[in-house]
Design a protein. Sequence first.
Length: 382
Amino acid sequence: MSRDAGTALTLGILGGGQLAQMLALAALPLGVRCVVLEPDPLAPARLCAEHICAPYTDPAGLERLAQCSAVTLEFENVPVAATTLLEGRLPLRPAPAVLHLSRHRGREKTALEAAGARVAAYRLIETESDLAGALAAVGGQGFLKTAELGYDGHGQARVDTEAGLLAAWNKLGGVPCVLEGLVAFVREVSLGVARGPDGHVSFGPLTENVHVNGILRRSVYPASSGPETQAQARSLARAVVEAWEVVGLITLEFFELPGADGKGGEGGELIVNEVAPRVHNSGHLTQDGGGLSQFEAAVRCALGLPLQDFLPIHPCGMVNILGREDGGEPDWAALDSVPGTHLHLYHKASRPGRKLGHVNVVARTREEVLDGLDAVERILYP
Ligand code: AMP
């Protein structure tokens, strides 16, 4: 494939948010230009990609994407009508069959179990009659989550009584849900994995993640999981991409159970929480860790370009910047003065809780990274 300026490879992206922005920024140095289909006129990716400002199902917009070398996506809820129009015309990576699994929590869990992965105890709640006995069946406490369209803690509720379960289901609109048992994890970790068109599998870093109110607050690499758990994460990720015949990059989020020492030391077993069929917030630290970034890996994988593991060389971490309740801005100068920080802003209007950017921290040791992340969090979340 030629990569000179006249015949540059082009990558179509369904969605034009910050993930598309960072994919497009990673694509340019590879000789790849991106075209995003995104209805929001102020979408972050407009600044660094050709922006088709139209609905995801717009026939003319999809026709433009169909002229690209390949198409990928930055969110899993792409309308089926959009992918149907593109399917068979050019490589869609990941394929619609993968999106079909990952967009529905029930289908996803069944497919994960079929691939040999363990998931939390769960019950499908489709009608009110499914509520009877469901909480006891998953261990008496859990999370009720809408089967589709949940994100960042939206579309889910913590439940610990039968009455609370009914109230939560009504509050979620009585839509199909999955009731998951509460997992007593020692930590949350995630792993990006890419499978090329030739079947070659490449891994990203296992990152350790902390969520606050269901939203990712920080990620750290390396994770403190032991080597057996790290190996387990890779073998589960490989099993999933092979069983689901994924071509493209996906991210698995795990709950790590306590290990033999009861503290999550050596051998903590992994339960898959969910699968994102795309680059993931927990992988943003790969932008500054000195190795290949998850964004470059996703671009390469979508276009069938050679791909290695996308692992940081240095210990690193990330803290998300969320819009504040008072609409105010963080102390930028203070952030810049923390050693090893790299700022990534998405050029989005501030709204409370909205992801506006992130700060990566790189240092010589994991302890120094943790100190840096603590300092960044004290500035962002005083
Ligand atoms: P999710 O949107 O499913 O990734 O959930 C957001 C966050 O809520 C997770 O990262 C966990 O911190 C917490 N959470 C979700 N499901 C469970 C569960 N079954 N047990 C314990 N914590 C959970």
